[in-house]
Design a protein around this ligand. Structure first.
Ligand code: HEC
Ligand code: HEC
Length: 339
């Protein structure tokens, strides 16, 4: 019998390992060594990243820099994930961060930033090309420098934490210790003030890609067979290589739709492909490129996915640009093949 007033059975604490496996491991690696995301298991990172920074980073994500926001997790779930990240390096104790407010001169900081940081973190703090730890990098720069002008980063990191990162660097990554590089604490304060000033700069708003139509469609002026030929020519005309042309068998269609015809034209541009994969390996999901020609109720339609709409899934501003270019190419192919 349950005594009145007694607490019910304690609700099991959320399982941090499981939550991490589900939400984070695909990018940061099962053991936190990084992948599409930066490493999380490095001692120098864990020693200077307060729990509050980890919690806020999980909540806010990094808009436009692949790292998603997780607003739907409960506080207890976020805490469980943070404990799991700590378990990657159980011997690491938090290192006391530099004390006192950081007061620096952002103008002087801008000059120092241009000299010491811009090559890796970008002239405007936009971060390195690509993200995380990727195969196609020079050996001395295996980890892409995060974006410092990112609202998610700026809202999560305290001045003291940024200062500590500059003073001590992160061993095992390209991020050096700037005390060892010969900068003074005053120089570092000035750079922190400059990094903080990114917060006050206007940011271009990312268009709402979710409003985009999922597919691009055009009606052809020619008959079905001629349209398939037109598509093949248009694809080659836009510098793609034709991979294969696949007519769907009659048997694939539901009964009563025997009059329907459908052909998928697959194609690829290897230059473009390698560039896109370097920006974000997840683009592999929607490659190779394809155009579908269908004849339905006397109309011949030419269709492709809308790459701009797909970009909405990826939270990656660099990829948005590539998807935009891909969309222009797709539209040119649709245009050329339906005239
Ligand atoms: C789709 C890939 C992806 C997923 C999923 C993802 N992250 Fe990230 N994460 C990134 C990337 C990329 C960055 C670096 C952003 C940049 O380069 O500007 C990052 C950055 C971070 C950082 C900041 C690291 C630092 O050095 O300051 C933390 C902490 C983090 N992620 C934790 C998590 C946790 C915890 C989860 C799961 C709840 C998660 N991430 C899910 C891609 C991802
Ligand atoms: C040689 C390339 C390189 C240079 C130069 C460099 N960084 Fe970094 N920085 C990195 C990399 C790579 C990381 C990510 C390390 C990791 O994965 O933990 C990083 C991490 C950081 C972080 C932590 C960001 C986060 O999301 O946790 C800050 C802040 C930072 N750098 C600021 C600077 C500033 C300011 C300068 C100039 C004084 C600078 N860095 C110079 C490569 C560089």
């Amino acid at each position: 019998m349950l005594a009145i007033g007694a607490a019910g059975p304690a609700r099991a604490a959320p399982d941090g390992a499981l939550l991490y496996a589900r939400n984070c491991a695909a990018c940061h690696g099962a053991d936190g060594r990084g992948g599409v995301g930066v490493p999380l298991a490095l001692p120098d990172f864990l020693a200077t990243a307060p729990d509050e920074y980890l919690r806020r980073t999980i909540r806010l994500g990094r808009p436009g820099r692949v790292m998603p926001a997780f607003p739907h997790l409960s506080d207890a779930e976020v805490d469980a994930i943070v404990r799991h990240i700590r378990s990657f390096a159980p011997d690491v104790r938090p290192r006391p961060l530099p004390e006192g407010p950081v007061r620096g001169d952002p103008k002087r900081g801008a000059e120092l930033y241009a000299r010491h940081c811009a090559a890796c973190h970008g002239p405007d703090g936009e971060g390195g090309k690509g993200t995380g730890v990727t195969f196609s990098r020079p050996r001395d720069l295996p980890i892409v420098a995060p974006a410092l002008n990112n609202p998610g980063f700026l809202a999560a990191a305290s001045d003291a934490q940024i200062k500590a990162t500059l003073m001590w660097g992160r061993k095992g990554t390209p991020m050096p210790s700037f005390l060892k590089q010969g900068l003074s604490e005053r120089d570092i304060d000035d750079i922190v003030a400059f990094v903080r000033s990114f917060e006050r700069r206007p940011r271009k708003r990312r268009a709402d890609l979710k409003d985009e139509p999922p597919v691009l469609v055009r009606e052809s002026a020619s008959d079905y067979a001629a349209t398939v030929e037109n598509v093949k020519q248009a694809v080659v005309g836009q510098n793609f290589r034709l991979i294969r042309v696949q007519p769907l068998e009659q048997g694939f269609f539901p009964e009563g739709e025997a009059s329907r015809a459908e052909t998928i034209v697959y194609f690829c541009n290897f230059n473009f492909l390698y560039k896109a994969l370097a920006v974000d390996p997840r683009v592999g999901l929607f490659l190779p490129c394809r155009v579908t020609v269908v004849e339905r109720a006397g109309k011949v339609l030419v269709m492709t996915i809308n790459p701009t709409r797909l970009a909405a899934l990826f939270n990656n501003e660099e990829l948005d640009e590539l998807c935009e270019r891909m969309r222009e190419l797709y539209e040119a192919i649709l245009e050329d093949s339906t005239l």
